[in-house]
Design a protein around this ligand. Structure first.
Ligand code: BGC
Length: 256
């Protein structure tokens, strides 16, 4: 039980990497708030089913992370339900496959809204609550290998992830006096719904796997284990870092 009684909020936790992190946190004894986005009955059902499976110490919290007021209300709800917040995992993310020359304002704002504004709103609201309650805290951002390496036709996504990297590095310094650490996990190709098109296309899948030294896609649990470490007492001196969980992708990428 590496997170016994800690209170954690995980955004975008109704599927994929977020769901994997929420499940692992609960198994490690944390009280978990499972965020899901409004307007998707499927996500609501998944979040509620996950919470029911975790037992009494979990809640499902609806919020569009790109909306400041919804994020404030969500963090307030977590603090009301559990009395505090110790860990915020900024995981909610979207990507749009579109050549730069064709990307619209609306698409750019949508991706930056969820990935970057969302990270800002959630980490700021959580950090303010952590400062108020005292005793430090943990901010974890699920960025991407594309916080650093280019991904043609995903410029909005790369811009959002690169910005998250810089935000995290600044927060490391600004929040250190409060005992709050900030770190990124940069996943590579993980078998989750965001990659469904590639997973369903044998040629695209083969090309993607050929870029990965370990020769396979990762699993959400393999990202979750690093998140547990960063959230646990064992990572007390770790801040301002990016942890790549990518099967070696960043070391040999030629970009499929
Ligand atoms: C993206 C995936 C991509 C992976 C590796 C992730 O951040 O969401 O679409 O397969 O990076 O390139």
């Amino acid at each position: 039980m590496r997170l016994k009684d800690k209170v954690a909020l995980v955004t975008g936790a109704s599927s994929g990497i977020g769901a994997g992190i929420a499940a692992r946190f609960a198994a490690e004894g944390a009280r978990v708030a499972v965020n899901f986005r409004p307007g998707s009955p499927k996500d609501r059902d998944a979040a509620e089913a996950a919470v029911a499976g975790f037992g009494a110490n979990a809640i499902a919290v609806e919020a569009d992370v790109s909306k400041h007021d919804q994020v404030e209300a969500m963090v307030a709800r977590v603090v009301e339900a559990f009395g505090r917040i110790d860990i915020a995992v900024n995981n909610a993310g979207i990507e749009i496959n579109k050549p730069f020359l064709e990307t619209t304002d609306e698409e750019w704002n949508r991706v930056l809204g969820v990935n970057l504004q969302g990270g800002f709103y959630v980490s700021q609201a959580a950090a303010r609550a952590m400062v108020k309650q005292g005793g430090g805290g943990r901010l974890i951002f699920i960025s991407s290998v594309h916080e650093d390496i280019p991904f043609p036709n995903y410029t909005s996504y790369c811009a959002s992830k690169g910005a998250i990297r810089m935000m995290m590095r600044n927060l490391c310094i600004e929040l250190a006096p409060h005992g709050i650490t900030a770190n990124n996990i940069a996943p590579g190709a993980i078998a989750t719904p965001i990659n469904q098109t590639v997973l369903d296309n044998p040629i695209a899948f083969k090309n993607a796997v050929s870029e990965i030294p370990l020769g396979r896609f990762g699993k959400p649990e393999e990202v979750a284990s690093v998140a547990v470490f960063l959230a646990s007492d064992e990572a007390s001196y770790v801040t301002g870092s990016t942890y790549y969980v990518d099967g070696g992708l960043t070391q040999q990428v030629t970009m499929y």
